[in-house]
Design a binder for this molecule. Structure first.
Ligand code: 2RA
Length: 354
């Protein structure tokens, strides 16, 4: 019998992509229950071509459920994932609530699928989208050359901050769009946007016509939560507890698709052609790398697609064991909904012995 799935957080930016992904991937599910806050309960939403009524989050919605995918704020997951797990549901959680819990595996199916089977709390965590964007590519390189150091700069899309982030970027673009009198003097973009939209924004500075060197919350000593996630989660997924990692996370005026400039150092010299071949052979990676012909990954060309796009692959001139690469991945798909769905499918196959 096919397992029953609950999608908790069915109405948000990631939840919407989840429903579309569930409608297009090979269908391993029996009943799919859509769950959201009481505010959205009773709404009709489409999944697998059918209209399904949204249920309010409660203990009872997990009756008879085998697997639940959670895409809700950290505090909602922290409260409700254990409630579901106590009822025997395997929870695949996309919040930050459990990622670093030693009893919760952090899984990328292309890198550490075996970890999904060891889940003492009945919860499997999905990595943060910034980390996930580079994991398939780094996993493929690490398997062959052994990663030792990682220096990363991210270029993160507005949708990382959910629907409010998307809405804010479009609103700001509307304010500055077509105007040639802004972006020419310090403070003029900020003033134009603040004047029309006010300062209540998911971002700490204007995003339109700008880049913002901050994403996430303040974790002290100058670090943001996003930067520490890149460090801690990369170590856990790749199984390298002493991996040296330094990240600077930056928000850019892109709607969806995170990009990362990656400086990856290995235990041994890496031949660029062999690295390129390893990436070409990685099933979920697409190499787009002919800069002389204007071919490299960009968010605008990657959004809406499942693979990780890798380009600008080159040997670091002054670092013999280091490769430089540029990676783009849709933060709502592989960065969130797709990876969650892939992990849930691993569990479904395990439960049905398929
Ligand atoms: C962001 N990585 O881009 C976060 C979302 N989880 O804001």
């Amino acid at each position: 019998q096919r397992p029953t799935l609950a999608l908790v957080g069915a109405t948000g930016a990631v939840g919407t992509v989840m429903r579309s992904i569930l409608s297009t991937r090979e269908d391993v599910w029996g009943e799919i229950r859509l769950v959201a806050s009481a505010r959205s309960a009773g709404k009709q939403l489409e999944v697998r071509g059918e209209q399904v009524t949204v249920l309010a989050l409660s203990e009872e919605v997990f009756d008879g459920v085998d697997v639940a995918m959670f895409d809700v704020p950290d505090e909602v997951s922290a409260q409700w994932a254990p409630v579901a797990a106590a009822k025997g549901v395997v929870v695949v959680d996309n919040s930050g609530a459990f990622r670093m819990d030693p009893d919760v595996p952090l899984v990328v199916p292309e890198v550490n699928p075996e970890a999904a089977r060891e889940r003492p709390r009945g919860i499997i965590a999905n990595p943060n989208c910034t980390t996930l964007t580079m994991m398939d590519a780094l996993g493929a390189l690490h398997r062959r050359w052994t990663l030792t150091e990682l220096v990363v700069a991210s270029y993160q899309a507005a949708s990382g901050a959910g629907q409010p982030g998307i809405d804010r970027l479009y609103d700001e673009l509307e304010v500055v769009g077509g105007r040639r009198d802004v972006g020419v003097q310090a403070g003029d973009v900020r003033a134009a946007i603040s004047d029309k939209l006010g300062d209540d924004s998911p971002f700490p500075a204007p995003l339109a016509l700008n880049v913002v060197p901050w994403a996430g919350s303040d974790k002290g000593d100058g670090w943001s939560s996003e930067e520490l996630k890149v460090r801690n989660e990369s170590r856990k997924i790749l199984g390298i507890p002493d991996l040296k990692v330094s990240a600077t996370c930056v928000r850019v005026p892109v709607v969806t698709t995170h990009s990362l400039a990656v400086h990856a150092t290995f235990a041994q010299d890496v031949d660029v052609a062999a690295a390129r071949q390893a990436l070409v052979e990685a099933p979920s990676v697409v190499v787009v790398d002919d800069p002389a012909a204007g071919e490299f990954p960009t968010p605008a060309d990657s959004v809406g697609a499942d693979p990780t796009f890798v380009g600008r692959l080159r040997q670091a001139l002054d670092f013999p064991r280091t490769l430089e690469l540029f990676v783009c991945g849709d933060n709502l798909r592989k960065g969130a909904a797709l990876n969650t769905a892939q992990v849930a499918e691993l569990v479904a196959r395990e439960l049905t012995g398929a």
